[in-house]
Design a protein around this ligand. Structure first.
Ligand SMILES: *Cc1c(COP(=O)(O)O)cnc(C)c1O
Length: 379
């Protein structure tokens, strides 16, 4: 099946009891058992709920994994997955990792004896140099947030595999429509489903997907034990959002290309980070490992004044955190997604106070361009 068809038919999309198109919302905490010797498939909804299960099967199929797990947020998926590691283990992490992941790694997992080294993951030699005998995991995001840097996933996975190290990839920006890290040799895919997968800015959710069944059992044990599961209502909404992923992504990506061309002609814009630009240093790798550059870009402005004008003056693009919704979202990494990263650390990573991130939604791109023009022209 092609991806568009998989989106509609993956997982249990028909209610086995009634034939309803779409798994119902099983709003229950527990399930009645008939025999003291044999409990049914479902016993308690933290362990299993049909509404969540349908979504988990769908995301596993879409990413090409054996098992998928739905969590209460992207951070719940990330944090729960990181619990596969133990005190004394060491992780190598891409240096412009999502701010929330940076925060849990440096303030919670570090306290539990799991240490992280942050490296420029576009540089394979830097990753290799950071590996220690106790390194158990490599954590990547590509394109990274907010600088859209590209990591060669197959190359890192090959290196990791040769050392018995688990490779994890946060695939939020690309989604399985554009990039499937498990097919490139990585072990675990993570998502903030809050973004493109649900796509409607109305649910917080997260996913972990694995290829290896043994690893799947370990994460399943943590999901049930730690308990940061996605509820049935949000599972239903995410399943509904997921069905239109391809057409949303196609439209937003095309609009992003149009906006990038326009931005490149604006005197206030000094630099554009978008892996669809041939001059982007990761362009060739992105072409090879994904089906497109996506719908998120970032750019630098010539002054703080123009940065403020654009952020506060945009009327169509919501000045907000988050991305991947039907509505365009313009955000300010230095004070939003990366506020948890100390300023000097942030600047060293290239996240300047004049950097703006734009997630292109489903509006007509010309309207978005007119809106930004008006924002720049405010007195
Ligand atoms: C938003 C985001 C997260 C965190 O997800 P939540 O659903 O907000 O917990 C993780 N990684 C990336 C790349 C994100 O954009």
């Amino acid at each position: 099946m092609k991806f568009a068809t998989k989106l509609i038919h993956s997982g249990q999309t028909i209610d086995p009891r009634t034939g309803a198109l779409g798994m119902p919302i099983y709003q229950t905490s527990t399930f009645r058992q008939r025999s003291i010797d044999h409990f049914g498939k479902y016993d308690y909804a933290r362990s299993d709920n049909p509404s969540r299960e349908a979504l988990e099967e769908a995301i596993a199929e879409l990413e090409g994994g054996t098992r998928g797990f739905a969590f209460a947020s992207g951070m719940a998926a990330i944090s729960s997955t990181l619990l596969i590691f133990s005190p004394g283990d060491h992780l190598v992490v891409c240096d412009d990792v999502y701010g929330g992941a940076y925060r849990v790694l440096t303030s919670i997992f570090s306290r539990l004896g799991i240490e992280s080294t942050f490296v420029d993951a576009t540089d394979l030699a830097a990753i290799e140099a950071a590996i220690r005998p106790e390194t158990k995991g490599i954590y990547l995001e590509t394109p990274s947030n907010p600088l859209l840097k590209i990591t060669d996933l197959a190359a890192v996975a090959t290196l990791a595999r040769s050392r018995g190290i688990i490779t994890m990839v946060d695939n939020t920006f690309m989604t399985p429509y554009l990039q499937r890290p498990l097919e490139l040799g990585c072990d675990i895919v993570l998502h903030s489903g809050t973004k493109f997968l649900n796509g409607h800015s109305d649910v917080i959710c997260g996913f972990a997907i694995v290829r290896d069944e043994e690893l799947g059992k370990r994460i399943r044990f943590i999901q049930n034990g730690f308990g940061a599961i996605l509820g049935p209502q949000d599972s239903f909404l995410t399943m509904r959002g997921l069905k239109t992923l391809k057409i949303r992504m196609d439209q937003s990506q095309e609009a992003a290309g149009i906006i990038v061309r326009w931005l490149s002609e604006q005197k206030q814009v000094t630099k554009i980070n978008y892996p669809g630009l041939p001059e982007h240093p990761g362009y060739a790798i992105q072409q090879a490992q994904s089906a497109g550059p996506g719908a998120v870009l970032s750019f630098e402005l010539d002054s703080f004044e123009n940065t403020k004008k654009l952020l506060e003056g945009s009327k169509l693009s919501a000045f907000a955190v988050s991305l991947g919704g039907v509505e365009s979202i313009i955000s300010y990494p230095a004070r939003m997604s990366h506020a948890a990263v100390p300023k000097d650390e942030r600047e060293r990573k290239g996240i300047k106070d004049t950097l703006v991130r734009l997630s292109v939604g489903l509006e007509d791109p010309q309207d978005l361009i007119d809106d930004m023009t008006a924002a720049f022209n405010t007195k």
